[in-house]
Ligand binder design. Structure first.
Ligand code: A3D
Length: 310
């Protein structure tokens, strides 16, 4: 039997997720949106079915607004919620998206209680915390997508700046999904060569700042809405590691219970994703400066998590 992937939210990111999941033949796909947008969800699903002969994939893809259709899903990716508009912070979305996540959590809890759940809705660290609290799912089954995207942006900007293949840039970005996130130049390499040895301090500072502001850079260019291609591919990478037991090590918002001195919060940390979900969190020995930066982002995440009152 094919695996089943439920996509909650059939907007910009949801539709790209559906296309990627189909192209990668990850399983059958359910695209769920609110009742008022059930027909557009059905239309997107049908369009993807009609793309299959050229896309060369076999998958059953449906659109719906009924949670019953996600029954037994192996993976649930949640993008339901409002995106930022120009001039907004992610935290401005807290009240409206908390209401949406509350509805989504009830539906997923009822119909897909065993699924590996990847939350994308912003403000990310608070929404994944809320989903975890509301569902009561085990911690290894609930994760937020942010670090995978922040790291992709860091790698992309380095490759663009230095004129090297992005495939050879390795690194990681820790912390919350906001302007206080912590790129780690000390641990970033280009084909094994330390970044610090091939880029100047000015270049590295500029790249770190651009990474922290990358989401806002796109929001400003769009004028309306936020990034969707790169967030979708980041979430699909996480889902694929789970479904195929690939054991990718990706920075994800995972529940920390003592790791990095964090207790009871979802923070972006390097995670091993396999068939059991979040199988391991890796702790990196940080310098004093890096630790201080991480403490700052933990403070921000702690405040938004508190604001959910959960
Ligand atoms: P958008 O294109 O508006 O799609 C969101 C979809 O969610 C819409 O089709 C809505 O109708 C649907 N929706 C709303 N309420 C519900 C509900 N109760 N049940 C089911 N569906 C519902 O937004 P988008 O796809 O561009 O972005 C989705 C979310 O991802 C936003 O909150 C963004 O801020 C967030 N986002 C996060 C990142 C991260 O890196 C964490 C990056 C980019 C966007």
């Amino acid at each position: 039997m094919r695996k089943k992937i439920a996509l909650i939210g059939g907007g910009q990111i949801g539709q790209i997720l559906a296309m990627l999941a189909a192209q990668k033949e990850m399983g059958d796909i359910v695209l769920l949106d609110i009742p008022e947008l059930e027909n557009p969800a059905k239309g997107k699903a049908l369009d993807l079915m009609e793309m299959a002969p050229h896309g060369n994939y076999d998958a059953n893809i449906i659109g719906t607004s009924n949670y019953k259709d996600i029954e037994g899903a192996d993976v649930v990716i949640i993008t339901a919620g409002k995106p930022r508009q120009a001039g907004m912070t992610r935290e401005d979305l807290l009240a409206v998206n908390l209401q949406i996540i509350t509805q989504v959590a009830a539906g997923v809890k009822q119909y897909a209680p065993k699924a590996f759940c990847i939350i994308v809705t912003n403000p990310l660290d608070a929404m994944v915390y809320a989903f975890y609290k509301l569902t009561g799912f085990p911690k290894h089954q609930v994760v937020g997508m942010a670090g995978a995207l922040d790291t992709a942006r860091w790698r992309a900007f380095i490759a663009m700046e230095l004129g090297v293949s992005v495939a050879d840039v390795a690194g990681t970005v820790l912390g919350g999904h906001g302007p206080d996130m912590v790129p780690l130049p000390r641990l970033t390499t280009v084909g094994g060569v330390p970044l610090n040895e091939i880029a100047t301090k000015e270049q590295i500072d500029k790249l770190a700042t651009r990474t922290r502001e990358a989401g806002t850079e796109i929001v400003k260019l769009f004028g309306k809405g936020s990034a969707f291609f790169s967030p979708a591919w980041s979430a699909i990478t996480m889902a694929e590691s789970y479904l195929k037991n690939k054991h990718r090590v990706l920075p994800c918002a995972a529940l920390c219970e003592g790791e990095y001195g964090v207790k009871g919060l979802f923070i972006g940390v390097p995670c091993l994703i396999g068939a059991k979900g979040i199988e391991k969190i890796y702790e990196i020995k940080l310098t004093d400066e890096e630790s201080a930066m991480l403490q700052k982002t933990i403070g921000v995440v702690s405040k938004t998590a508190e604001e959910t009152k959960l």
